[in-house]
Design a protein around this ligand. Sequence first.
Ligand code: ZN
Length: 141
Amino acid sequence: MDKPLYYWLPNWAIKSVLDKCCDKCKTSYNKQDITAIAIKPVKNKYRFCVEQMCSKCSRRSLTVFGKSEHTLEGMCYFLLEQINRKKIMAKAKHLRKEKEGPITDTEAQAFIDFVQNAESYSEVLDELGIPTPKKSDENTS
Ligand SMILES: [Zn+2]
């Protein structure tokens, strides 16, 4: 993983984590404390959440966001949309710096076509250069 996890998160999600502190030792969280991105079923809906680990006492906790979808697929697409938007913005910024030109429509369309034709979610993750999530063995209840 060449980029820290927070790099892929929408800014509003990072901000929510930064607004919190460890419930055990009250140390404020920073971006590097984000250790996992997850989708959690809550009352027949899927919610996007992140796990953060306190840098001081290593206590882990979850931030569950208000955004919910009725299907897992819907939530995956929501997340991809957020990641993609962030990636396009980063690329546009980079290009502006390099060549003083925005991202081309062709580049954006090529990616949209790819997402629409992708066989699976993991294929899209591969294209984005994000490691495919392994089956987690955590048993949070
Ligand atoms: Zn702590």
